[in-house]
Design a protein around this ligand. Structure first.
Ligand code: AMP
Length: 457
C-alpha cells in the first residue's frame, strides 16, 4: 500500500515524500481513510507506530479543504498527557502542514501563559494541549471549544494514570455533540473503554499488534541482582554500548538523580529528566541526548512519556515499573521505525512480583540471567507437564508454569526466590546457594562461582 491510495490531498502527499515517508505504517493504513470519512475511531497503538501521522494527516486534509477568510477558529484539538508529547505532536503537525495555510499552536504547563493567550487570540485551527493548561486558558476565557469539529485523545491510558480523566470528561462535555472523536491508547483498561462508550459514536476499531510486534524487534533480557548491585551494573552496561543512546528508567525522581550522578562521576554524559526539573531543563537534556552530547538519559515514566527519539539502542529498566503496562511503554522507546533494539531489566529479589506481572502482560517470559552472565536458575527451565492453554508465549511456545512464573502456586513462595546470592562490589556473584528451599529432585546442579565477568551484555 502507498500513501497515494489513502485519499490524501496533493500538498500533503508532497510533504510526505519530502519527509521520505513512502509507505504508511499499519495504523496509518487503517486509520487515515476512516478519519477522512469523518468517523470516530479507537486506535489501539502505542508511540512509535506512526500514530501521530495517522490522526494528524487526515485532520489536516479535512481542515485544509475549508480555510477561513477571516480569523481562524479552533476546529481541531489534540489532547496529550505530557508536555513532551504535546511538543512532539505540535512539531509533527508543523512539519506536515507547512504548505496548507492552516494555523496551529500548542499550550502546555510549565511555561508562561501570556504568549499562549496571544496566539489563541490571533486565531488557530489546530491546538495541541495538555489538559491542565487548556482548562486554565478556558477559565481565563482565552479559548473556547464550541467550534471543535475533531478532538484527539492521545495516549488515553497515560491520561488515566496521571489522573486526567475528570478533566478530559469536563473538556469533552464543552464540545459540540456533533464532532469527530479519535481515541488512541496503548492499552485498554476498563476506564478507557467506558470513556469510549460515553463519548464516541460507533467508533472504528483500529489496532496494531503492538506488544509482540515491538517485542519481535527488541531483544529483551532480565538480569537478576540485588538493589545494591544496580549502580555498578548500569555503569558496566553503558560502558558496553559505547556511542549508543541509552535510556534508563527509574521509579523515583531521587533514584534518577542518583543514577545520573553515579554515571557522571564515572565520566559518562548523563542527564536526568523528571517532574522536579523545569521545562527548560528537560528540553535541554532531551536536546543533548538527541544530539548525542550526553548519550544516557535517565527518566521517570511520566517524564519520558511520548518521547520520540530515533536511534535509542538500549532501554534499561533500572527499577521495574509498578504498573506492568509501563514496561511496554518503556521498551517502546527503542526499536522505532523498523530499527531493532535492546531492553534490559534489572530485577531485585523484591521486584520478582513485578516481573511476573510484566510477563503476564507481554505474554512471554523474558530471558533471564544472573548479574555474572550465567543463566538464571529456574527462570528458563523447561516447562513442566501441566500446560495452561492461556500461557503460550508469542511464538506459541509454552511458558514455564513452575513456581515463580504466572500460573505457579500462588500460595507457595517459589524456592528460587529463597535463593541467596552474594554479590561483590562490582555486582558479580561471588556465592550462590541455589538449593535453599528447593524441592527434592528439582535441585539444579550447584554452579561454580564464576570469575569477574561483566554485569550485563
Ligand atoms: P509516532 O508513533 O507517531 O510517535 O511516530 C514514530 C516515528 O515514526 C516518528 O519519528 C515519525 O516521524 C516516524 N514515522 C511515522 N510514520 C512514518 C512513515 N509512514 N514512514 C516513515 N516514518 C514514519
Amino acid at each position: 500500500m502507498n500513501f497515494t491510495d489513502l485519499g490524501l490531498s496533493e500538498p500533503i502527499l508532497k510533504t510526505l515524500s519530502v519527509n521520505k515517508y513512502t509507505t504508511p505504517t499499519p495504523i496509518q493504513a487503517q486509520a487515515i481513510p476512516v478519519v477522512l470519512e469523518g468517523r470516530d475511531l479507537v486506535g489501539l497503538a502505542q508511540t512509535g507506530t506512526g500514530k501521530t501521522a495517522a490522526f494528524a494527516l487526515p485532520i489536516l486534509h479535512r481542515l485544509s479543504q475549508d480555510i477561513p477568510e477571516g480569523k481562524h477558529k479552533l476546529r481541531a484539538l489534540i489532547l496529550a498527557p505530557t508536555r513532551e508529547l504535546a511538543t512532539q505532536i505540535n512539531d509533527a503537525i508543523w512539519t506536515y502542514s507547512k504548505s496548507l495555510g492552516l494555523r496551529s499552536c500548542f499550550v502546555i504547563g510549565g511555561v508562561p501563559i501570556r504568549k499562549q493567550k496571544r496566539q489563541l487570540e490571533e486565531g488557530v485551527d489546530i491546538l495541541v494541549a495538555t489538559p491542565g493548561r487548556l482548562e486554565d486558558l478556558i477559565s481565563q476565557k482565552a479559548c473556547s471549544l464550541k467550534n471543535i469539529e475533531t478532538v484527539v485523545l492521545d495516549e488515553a491510558d497515560q491520561m488515566l494514570d496521571i489522573g486526567f480523566m475528570p478533566a478530559i470528561r469536563r473538556l469533552l462535555s464543552q464540545m459540540p455533540k456533533q464532532r469527530q472523536t479519535l481515541l488512541f491508547s496503548a492499552t485498554m483498561p476498563k476506564e478507557i473503554s467506558s470513556l469510549a462508550n460515553d463519548y464516541l459514536t460507533d467508533p472504528f476499531q483500529a489496532s496494531v499488534a503492538q506488544v509482540s510486534a515491538t517485542a519481535d524487534r527488541i531483544e529483551q533480557t532480565v538480569i537478576h541482582m540485588e538493589n545494591g548491585a544496580k549502580p555498578t551494573a548500569i555503569f558496566k552496561l553503558v560502558q558496553q554500548h559505547p556511542g549508543k543512546r541509552v535510556i534508563v528508567f527509574c521509579r523515583t525522581k531521587r533514584g534518577s538523580d542518583k543514577v545520573a550522578k553515579k554515571l557522571g562521576s564515572e565520566g559518562i554524559g548523563a542527564d536526568a529528566i523528571h517532574g522536579n526539573k523545569s521545562q527548560g531543563q528537560r528540553q535541554r537534556a532531551l536536546d543533548a541526548f538527541k544530539k548525542g552530547d550526553k548519550p544516557v538519559l535517565i527518566a521517570t515514566d511520566i517524564a519520558a512519556r511520548g518521547i520520540d527519539i530515533r536511534e535509542v539502542e538500549v532501554v534499561v529498566n533500572y527499577d521495574l515499573p509498578n504498573v506492568p503496562e509501563a514496561y511496554v511503554h518503556r521498551i517502546g522507546r527503542t526499536a522505532r521505525a523498523g530499527a531493532s533494539g535492546f531492553a534490559v531489566a534489572f530485577c531485585s529479589p523484591e521486584e520478582q512480583k513485578l516481573l511476573r506481572a510484566i510477563e503476564k502482560v507481554i505474554k512471554m517470559q523474558i530471558p533471564a540471567k544472573m548479574a555474572d552472565g550465567s543463566a538464571a536458575p529456574n527462570m528458563d527451565r523447561p516447562a513442566p507437564r501441566k500446560v495452561n492453554k492461556n500461557s503460550r508465549g508469542r511464538s506459541g511456545a509454552v511458558t514455564a508454569q513452575g513456581a515463580g512464573v504466572p500460573g505457579g502456586n500462588p500460595n507457595k513462595k517459589p524456592w528460587h526466590k529463597r535463593r541467596t546470592s552474594k554479590l561483590d562490589a562490582n555486582g558479580n556473584i561471588v556465592a550462590i546457594d541455589q538449593n535453599e528451599g528447593a524441592p527434592k529432585g528439582k535441585r539444579p546442579r550447584r554452579r561454580k562461582p564464576s570469575g569477574p565477568k561483566s554485569a550485563a551484555s
